[in-house]
Design a protein around this ligand. Structure first.
Ligand SMILES: NC(=O)c1ccc[n+]([C@@H]2O[C@H](COP(=O)([O-])OP(=O)(O)OC[C@H]3O[C@@H](n4cnc5c(N)ncnc54)[C@H](OP(=O)(O)O)[C@@H]3O)[C@@H](O)[C@H]2O)c1
Length: 392
């Protein structure tokens, strides 16, 4: 029986609150805290069990630490924004509480994400006997666990890893992002990067694409090469990997809007002076775009996220595909959110469950692939993200 503190009442926070509430035998008390308390209260009102709510500015370590001291959770699930990661880790260290997030740290004034900042907390978490579990969403998150599962059960050596994220859903809006628009656009407009023969190879943004034929009737879709954070930890923890790439589907319509917004400077992250005051164009754009939370009732179709893996087993070459398919409308019926929030929020809940039940134990900073994948894979099937594996 554990208390859990969820920080961030956005699309993902809503799913995490619902999913933790569905497991009362593990999460005996739940608090949802965010910058805007009304958003927490709105989510709490959807759930039959009592959910405590609070206002917190997670950028302020003393404020975050005071809330943790008051509620005394065993674990903090950080589903605010990547900008808050380090401050929340500091507050967890100060108060002696385990930490979990779904996206690695990004400095607000620089569109660059990597694990270096958070891996630097390794000794501090180890000395305090606490766990920081990084990237417990779908990608990163489940994609790391899929890789660990393949390595444990199906391969002696993994040589090539392709992580392929398809959103075959449609929200009917001219342009909208499925999670926080600022974080999403910063990620997509970066230079692409993949791992090949022991080094990173860079590509121009969205310049490499191919068509992939997705299973279960989703069919062929164009996928684009991006850099994604799990590649960094996976090539470190599975050094036999010679090539690792991440791919995502985008519609022509989405890319057309993105190109225009970039060309006119609306995706800039540096401040510009407008009518005597500074504004950051991408933050202004976020204010104009549909709130990802509002897409829940509008989105139809499915997502398909999985790993295509090649390597050897017993001296023979092997090719393997493991994936989850998630239906936007089914997610909305269950928790009032679309599948992008759902596929992130469910693994966040399962990661916290791994920590508080002791299924995953350790002191320090960890990526998901460093633990036994089996109990996590079993929970995916039980909590709404069933997976399928095939040998090709
Ligand atoms: N691993 C994956 O598969 C995956 C996939 C999608 C998203 N993600 C990550 O999931 C996280 C949440 O995404 P989302 O779509 O739910 O975003 P969102 O809808 O924008 O929600 C973010 C929430 O965090 C709150 N917040 C922001 N700054 C805060 C602060 N200083 N203190 C307290 N609360 C603060 C926001 O409060 P306000 O409402 O007051 O602004 C908002 O409620 C992001 O880090 C995103 O990168 C991971």
């Amino acid at each position: 029986m554990s208390k859990v503190l969820i920080v961030g009442a956005g699309g993902v926070g809503q799913v995490v609150a619902h999913k933790c509430a569905q497991v009362p035998e593990v999460f005996s008390e739940i608090m949802l805290a965010s910058r805007t308390k009304e958003k927490c209260d709105r989510i709490a009102a959807q759930i039959a069990r009592p959910i405590a709510t609070a206002r917190v500015d997670a950028d302020r370590v003393p404020e975050m630490a005071a809330l943790i001291r008051e509620f005394q959770p065993q674990v903090v699930i950080n589903v605010a924004l990547p900008y808050q990661d380090l401050a929340i880790m500091d507050a967890c260290l100060e108060t002696g509480v385990h930490y979990l997030d779904t996206a690695n740290y990004e400095p607000p004034d620089e569109a660059r994400f990597c694990y270096a900042w958070q891996w630097a907390y390794q000794e501090r978490f180890r000395e305090r006997g606490l766990m920081a579990l990084l990237g417990s969403g779908f990608d990163p998150g489940v994609t790391n666990v899929f890789t660990a599962y393949a390595a444990k059960h199906h391969f002696d050596e993994i040589h090539e890893l392709e992580i392929i994220d398809c959103n075959a859903g449609d929200h009917g809006q001219p342009f909208a992002t499925n999670f926080n628009p600022e974080i999403n656009i910063r990620e997509i407009t970066q230079r692409g990067k993949f791992w090949e023969n022991g080094q990173w190879v860079e590509t121009d943004p969205l310049s490499v694409s191919q068509v992939y034929d997705f299973p279960e009737g989703i069919g062929p879709r164009k996928i684009y090469l991006l850099f994604h954070e799990e590649l960094e930890s996976l090539v470190k923890h599975f050094p036999t990997i010679r090539k690792a790439r991440f791919w995502m589907t985008f519609s022509d319509n989405y890319l057309k809007h993105l190109e225009v917004l970039q060309n006119v400077g609306m995706t800039r992250i540096d401040p510009v002076v407008f009518e005597g005051r500074e504004i950051v164009p991408i933050k202004f754009l976020k204010a104009l775009l549909p709130d990802p939370g509002s897409l829940g009732p509008l989105t139809k179709g499915r997502t398909c996220i999985g790993n295509l893996i090649s390597g050897v087993k017993d001296g023979k070459p092997r090719r393997y595909y493991v994936y989850n398919i998630c239906d936007h409308e089914a997610c909305y019926r269950e928790v009032g959110s679309q599948a992008i929030s759902y596929t992130t929020g469910v693994p966040a809940m399962i990661g916290a469950l791994m920590i508080v039940t002791g299924a995953w134990k350790g002191a320090g900073v960890f990526n998901m692939e460093q633990f036994d994948p089996d109990p996590f894979m079993e929970r995916l099937n039980r909590h709404g993200l069933p997976w399928t594996e095939t040998f090709l």
